[in-house]
Structure formats: C-alpha cells, structure tokens
Design a protein around this ligand. Structure first.
Ligand SMILES: [Zn+2]
Length: 258
C-alpha cells in the first residue's frame, strides 16, 4: 500500500516539485559587441552564445516561454521544465538575430518595448553609452508578434517611474499598453519596469492598467506563487560562458543573491 506521502505527489512528475524555481532570463541586445563600446557591455549577448544557451535548454528538456505562455507555471497551475526569456527595450537586433533561433527550437519570448521610441533608438541611455542602438519599428514589431512571440510594454519613454508625478507615471504604464495594442492589434498584458524602478504606487498602477505580470531587475528565480507584478529575473550578459549560464539557470546561485 502506497504511503500517504507518496500518494500526495503522484500527479507531479518525478523530480518536479510544485516549488521548482523558474528562471526568467533578462536579455537586451542579441548582437556582436560593437567596436569601441567599453561601458554597458553586459547588455550584449552574441548570437552564437544565445544559440548555445537555447541549445542547452533544449538538450536538458526545458522549454523557453514568453511571459504570457509561462503564466500558468508562474501561477502554479501547471508544472514542467520551463524557463522564461525576456528581452528589454525592443532592439531591432532581437528580430534580426534572436527570432530565427527561438523559432528553431519552438521557443517563445517576450520583448518589452518602449512604446514612444518605436522605430527610433535608445534615447534614454545613448549618451551614457556613446551608442545609438536601433529599436524595432512597427513592421518589425508586427513580424515579431506574427511569429508567435510576445510584445510586452516597457513604458512610453523608459522613465524612472517612482520619480514621475502620479499622473505621468500612470500615463507611462497605461499609455504604453494602449500604444502597443494599436501597433500589433492584440492585447498587451505584460510589463517591465524601466531600470527595475518600482514602488507600491507603480505596482498598483500596473495592476489597474490590466497587466497580468511585471518584471523587475531584482536578482533571483521566480517560484510559483511569487508576486506576479514584482517578478525577479536572471540577467544574462556576454561575460557568461555556458557553465555560468547553467549555474544561474539551474542552481540556487542567483536566489542567494536576491
Ligand atoms: Zn529597459
């Protein structure tokens, strides 16, 4: 006769407990490192490294999902070997270099787009960086979405939301959703706080605007039952060779740094 304890876990596949952490990876540029860039190089992951990371996930039986596709897992309604891929700011290199690789493995991903900068460049940090990086235009956003990828919102101007007046803050949160829904003709239900800058009022505005999930830059892996509007992430940069990527994804390395 099976023990009570054994019986209570029979619905969960071996090795997968309901509390399995889910890494939400944070990427920015998927592109070769531009010449002469010495600052903020951590924002880059080379396409070949990205391919190797996806290949590793696939080889280990993981599926990489967009935020919306992962919501049932983050809520704890479904269980499985999943990770989440997010790409911040909406760089054109995401559609040029990352899309085909994601499609190759049947993975999905969420790109968080600054709605007031569609088709422009990274106006919020181009001076500090000494580099203007092209952002996806409306056609590229529609192509990204039509390929099964998700468009999430990242405010209208990449504002530090906790420092905005309440009216401006709400407009950044709500307005970026409306702007992007106009572009892709589909609901936008995921948000990412620029600079990870968030406080209770910003979270409340995000909830009121109708977002189902929102990510920060707090380090750590999400666990089912995490606050869905304050989700931590695991940053990936050009410095991380494959074993480091694996350590961040599959061990408590990042969780201990939360
Ligand atoms: Zn950003």
């Amino acid at each position: 006769m099976a023990s009570r304890e054994h019986g209570s876990t029979k619905a969960v596949p071996h090795g997968l407990r309901t509390s399995s952490p889910i890494p939400i990876f944070m990427y920015h540029n998927i592109a070769p490192l531009p010449r002469g860039v010495t600052r903020y190089r951590g924002l880059y992951v080379k396409p070949r490294a990205f391919a190797h990371q996806l290949g590793l996930l696939h080889a280990l039986g993981y599926r990489a999902l967009s935020m919306s596709d992962a919501m049932p897992y983050l809520r704890g309604d479904e269980h499985g070997r999943v990770v989440v891929i997010t790409l911040d700011d909406g760089y054109a290199d995401n559609v040029d270099n990352a899309l085909a690789l994601l499609q190759h493995y049947g993975f999905t991903a969420t790109c968080y787009v600054v709605s007031g900068a569609v088709g422009r460049y990274n106006e919020w940090d181009s001076e500090r960086l000494g580099l203007r990086k092209p952002l996806m235009n409306a056609d590229q956003l529609r192509a990204w979405h039509a390929a099964g990828m998700e468009v999430g919102a990242h405010s209208r101007t990449h504002a530090r939301l906790s420092r905005c007046s309440p009216w401006v803050m709400k407009d950044e949160v709500r307005g970026s959703k409306a702007d992007l829904e106009d572009v892709i003709s589909a609901p936008v239900t995921q948000f990412c706080y620029p600079y990870g800058d968030v406080n209770d009022a910003v979270v409340e505005a995000t909830r009121e605007a109708g977002y189902e999930g929102a990510t920060t830059v707090q380090r750590g892996r999400a666990v089912p039952g995490s606050d869905l509007l304050r989700l931590p992430r695991v940053a990936v940069s050009y410095r991380h060779i494959l074993p480091q990527f694996a350590m961040r994804a599959f061990t408590r390395y990042e969780d201990r740094r939360a």
